[in-house]
Design a protein around this ligand. Structure first.
Ligand code: GLA
Length: 350
């Protein structure tokens, strides 16, 4: 187990940014920068033991500053969309930044993905552990309350990357944190042949602005049924309204059991390399996004052109636009409470 660090660059406002490399006893490597808490690389073995990078991103800080689609980043204060950038809490209407048409997306114009986090290594016996903290001031991007956020990245010798999220506030507010890594277990090409299983019987259908309608709909007999392993590309071009609205998969799946128990949310298998990714979480939902907005205009690591479906995301989260849907699990956090969630990405081969 070891952690090394290097200078990664300087932001436009002159803040120093570092790049950390966490390595476990198996040789698995995770690179994380304190700019946006971004995971820039995850190197894991394939079935022949060859290490390969399984996430999209950039080699340089400049790439993340200028050409990113939330690659690998921490998302806050609210992951995904809030309709009209508006919500009501304790009788007060709050207006958030509208950075996605008329809606609010991923925390606003300068979300947690674009801030520099304080960072320290936490000594631990059999994990490599990095802790990032950020104080989001009352009113930032329109949100109430000073929000103190702590995100801990832990790499184990079992090739598991665990992310612990904690937040506390001094005023009632809403919180929904996630990580926006784009995975491609083959390390090249598209993810259309990746076989995905999602532990969800229902999902939250969306309107044309990708805002949930409020309905909780069964996945049965639809292209959103991933209850048994299915290639992402098998039905992605089916004539189905929800797929057309999102130009592919970009939907929140309601994970089985409404409790906060830590459990499996999704399993991904890539047939050519044998790589397997298991996603587990305490969160009630997961946005499965098939990289539909990648359009070849971004060139990433190793000069790879990121075309549509070059990567896919498993954004464990509370449901999009929850503050405007009383039937969705609440995202309200109060001063005497602590927001706490855990998500893990575990790699193996089959
Ligand atoms: C999430 C959203 C998508 C898109 C991506 C970023 O997955 O649900 O609609 O905004 O982030 O491009």
């Amino acid at each position: 187990m070891k952690i090394t660090s290097d200078h990664f660059g300087v932001t436009s406002s002159g803040e120093e940014v570092q790049l950390f490399c966490l390595t476990n006893n198996q040789g698995m490597e995770v690179r994380i920068t304190n700019y946006g808490g971004i995971i820039t690389a995850i190197n894991v073995p394939d079935r022949d033991g060859n290490l390969g990078d399984v996430v999209l991103g950039h080699e340089t800080l400049e790439g993340y500053l200028n050409r990113s689609r939330y690659f690998g980043a921490l998302i806050g204060r609210y992951a995904n969309r809030i309709a009209h950038g508006r919500f009501c809490l304790n009788g007060i209407t709050y207006s958030l930044a509208k950075n996605n048409g008329e809606n609010h997306l991923h925390g606003g114009f300068k979300g947690f993905d674009k801030v520099v986090w304080s960072v320290r290594e936490i000594p631990a016996a059999d994990t490599a552990c990095l802790q990032l903290t950020y104080l989001s001031k009352d009113g930032e991007e329109g949100y109430p309350g000073n929000l103190e956020t702590i995100v801990t990245y832990l790499l184990t010798n079992g090739n598991e990357l665990r992310i612990d999220y904690q937040a506390t506030t001094d005023r009632d507010t809403i919180v929904n944190l996630t990580n926006h890594s784009y995975f491609n277990l083959a390390g090249s090409g598209t993810v259309l042949d990746h076989q995905v299983t999602i532990n969800a019987e229902t999902y939250t259908p969306v309107d044309k602005g990708l805002i949930p309608t409020g309905e909780i709909r069964s996945v049965r007999d639809t292209p959103l049924d991933f209850t048994s392993p299915t290639a992402i590309g098998a039905r992605i071009r089916d004539y189905y309204e929800q797929l057309r609205l999102a130009c592919g998969y970009d939907h929140n799946f309601v994970l089985r059991t409404g409790t906060q128990a830590f459990r499996n949310a999704a399993t991904v298998y890539e047939p050519t390399t044998g790589r397997v990714l298991e996603v587990s979480t305490t969160q009630p939902g997961m946005q499965f996004y098939s990289g539909n907005f990648l359009d070849g205009s971004i060139v990433g690591k190793g000069d790879r052109v990121y075309v549509k479906h070059s990567g896919c995301c498993f954004e464990t989260q509370h449901f999009p636009d929850s503050p405007n849907h009383p039937n969705f699990p609440s995202t309200v956090v109060k001063p005497n409470q602590e927001y706490r969630h855990t998500t893990s990405f575990k790699f193996s081969v089959a």
